[in-house]
Design a binder for this molecule. Structure first.
Ligand SMILES: *Cc1c(COP(=O)(O)O)cnc(C)c1O
Length: 432
């Protein structure tokens, strides 16, 4: 398989995990739109089912198109393996179900994507997996929350919507001191801008729906394993003890492949949120241009952030690339030099009503509940993505009423700023 450890991300994004198709010489990754695979004979079939030999069994568990995507993203993140899922939420759910069961708990930052917040506070809670929240990345507060039932720590590389950059090394050290892995949602950075596994994180999750695919045409998610965490402990008895659903296989005996193997052959097998091969292909198409897209989108976001800062109707701008941002120093430590992501938030003078008036006057920006698309998008989180949160929770999550969230795409940055400026000016004029 074509993959050199020396390759830079630009090369991996285009070539990683795929040689020309062995039977057809096709250079574009073929879409293997098949559910089943023919076994050589009954012995072959039995060996595959017993995990004695690698090979394709059924597309819910593995598929050759999806396999290229998994290898490519694992290489971009510097992981030992990856498993793709039908969406980012499916990936996050699986990443947690692979370490926690009813009665267990995980520790998470409050600075989370809205869907993750409701998964943690509602659905996981219903399943008996309790999430203990740490406000403001307070490591001392987090340190006091661990107990023998804690199974993982979960943070976002860039938190949503405060755009706080997480001190991954500090969180990894804390998690490891307590014997649990650190899971990082790296969606807002992509591996081109940040590589959490290199800073001590154990597991990375992504919504591939966003920047990784980039074109807003396919949902997908992925979990990448760094392979460094040792699950051979009493705390992770379902790794260190024989598994009844695999004739007594001890997952911990697989070493660095323990987590990613269990994730595929147990969690994905049993819960079934598999990525479709066609969506894997769309996402691979997007991944090929990830580095060039990220460079442009981040550079445009920086420029627009600086321009908004000087607009009279703007009360504040949150962007990690601005020197006054509370995370600017951490951004310099963890993000690729000069790139600070393509998300930015700003406050409109006059509060929520005025923010809504600005949004309704935008002509180029699309009002969409998505981020990381080549098209630039704006939204008012308090009345949409974070609507289900109480006002106190909104405040805690950083989704105040005057906040407009921008996902900067690939249109010309001057066109994007001019559209924002006309909407801000129009909505502020007395007869607007
Ligand atoms: C969108 C998003 C998710 C969820 O991904 P889906 O593909 O929409 O399920 C999770 N985390 C972050 C940071 C996201 O932006």
């Amino acid at each position: 398989m074509t993959l050199s450890p020396q390759w830079r991300p630009e090369t991996i994004a285009v070539r990683g995990g795929y040689d020309s198709d062995a039977s057809t010489q096709a250079i574009s990754v073929p879409i293997y739109q098949t559910v089943g695979y023919q076994f050589h004979d009954t012995g072959h079939a039995a060996r595959l089912f017993a995990l004695e030999e690698p090979g394709n069994i059924y597309t819910r568990i593995m598929n050759p198109t999806t396999d290229v995507l998994e290898r490519r993203v694992a290489a971009l993140e510097g992981g030992v393996g990856a498993v793709a899922f039908s969406s980012g939420m499916a990936a996050i759910t699986a990443a947690i179900l692979n370490v926690a069961r009813a009665g267990d708990n995980i520790i998470a930052s409050t600075s989370l994507y809205g869907g993750t917040w409701t998964l943690f506070t509602s659905t996981l809670e219903d399943m008996g997996i309790h999430v203990r929240f740490v406000a403001d990345e307070d490591l001392a507060q987090a340190d006091a929350m661990f107990d023998p039932a804690t199974r993982a720590v979960f943070v976002e590389a860039i938190g949503n919507p405060r755009l706080n950059v997480t001190d991954i090394r500090a969180w990894a050290d804390l998690a490891h001191r307590h014997g649990v892995p650190l899971i990082v949602d790296n969606t807002f950075c992509t591996p081109y801008v940040a590589q959490p596994l290199k800073h001590g994180a154990d597991i990375v999750v992504h919504s591939l729906t966003k920047w990784m695919g980039g074109h807003g045409n396919a949902l997908g998610g992925i979990v990448v394993d760094g392979g460094h965490f040792n699950y051979d402990s009493e705390r992770f008895s379902y790794y260190s003890q024989p598994d009844a659903s695999y004739h007594g296989l001890v997952f911990a005996s697989l070493g660095e492949a323990a987590y990613v193997t269990r994730l595929r052959v147990k969690v994905l097998r049993d819960t079934g949120a598999a990525l479709s091969p066609t969506n894997a292909y769309y996402i691979l198409q997007g991944l090929e241009t990830l580095p060039v897209r990220m460079r442009q989108a981040c550079t445009s976001a920086q420029k627009i952030a600086e321009q908004l800062l000087n607009h009279p109707q703007v009360s504040w701008v949150t962007y990690p690339g601005l020197p006054h941002h509370p995370s600017h120093a951490l951004a310099k430590e963890y993000l690729r030099p000069g790139l600070y992501g393509s998300m930015l938030n700003f406050g409109v003078k006059g509060g929520a009503d005025q923010a809504l008036r600005v949004l309704d006057r935008l002509k180029l920006w699309l009002i969409v509940a998505n981020v990381g698309d080549v098209r630039s998008m704006a939204i008012h989180p308090a009345s949409t993505t974070h609507q289900q949160l109480s006002p106190e929770e909104q405040e805690l999550a950083g989704a105040a009423g005057d906040l407009i969230r921008l996902s900067v795409g690939l249109e010309h940055p001057d066109d994007l700023y001019e559209d924002l400026a006309q909407a801000l000016d129009e909505s502020a004029s007395p007869d607007a």
